[in-house]
Design a protein around this ligand. Structure first.
Ligand SMILES: [Zn+2]
Ligand SMILES: [Zn+2]
Length: 99
């Protein structure tokens, strides 16, 4: 997780937006109708657009995904993502597996 993104994901504006989107989607993953966990940005946040609420806080740029669908999304788009990396409920990258 880049520092600029970390700051964004900790913001009150994002937490509120994330919660209302989660409720709006009834907590269901939009791809497999499993229990949704992560609100994903279809257009990824970059330092250039992170101050643009039309990107960061707009429902049209959000997608509620379960852990599996979210991992798949990032695996497909970014082949450098290593197996065993997961995302927590804030969309932060966390390390799993191993000891
Ligand atoms: Zn899913
Ligand atoms: Zn994502």
């Amino acid at each position: 997780m880049k520092e600029y993104a970390r700051k964004f994901y900790k913001s009150t504006a994002w937490r509120k937006c994330r919660n209302s989107y989660f409720n709006y989607r009834h907590g269901l993953c939009e791809r497999c109708i499993g229990p949704g966990k992560i609100v994903h940005h279809k257009k990824y946040i970059t330092p250039e657009n992170m101050d643009d609420p039309a990107i960061t806080l707009s429902f049209s740029n959000l997608e509620l995904l379960c852990q599996n669908c979210h991992n798949r999304e990032h695996h497909e788009r970014n082949s450098s993502v290593v197996e065993g990396l997961m995302f927590d409920s804030n969309g932060d990258l966390i390390q799993t597996g191993g000891k």
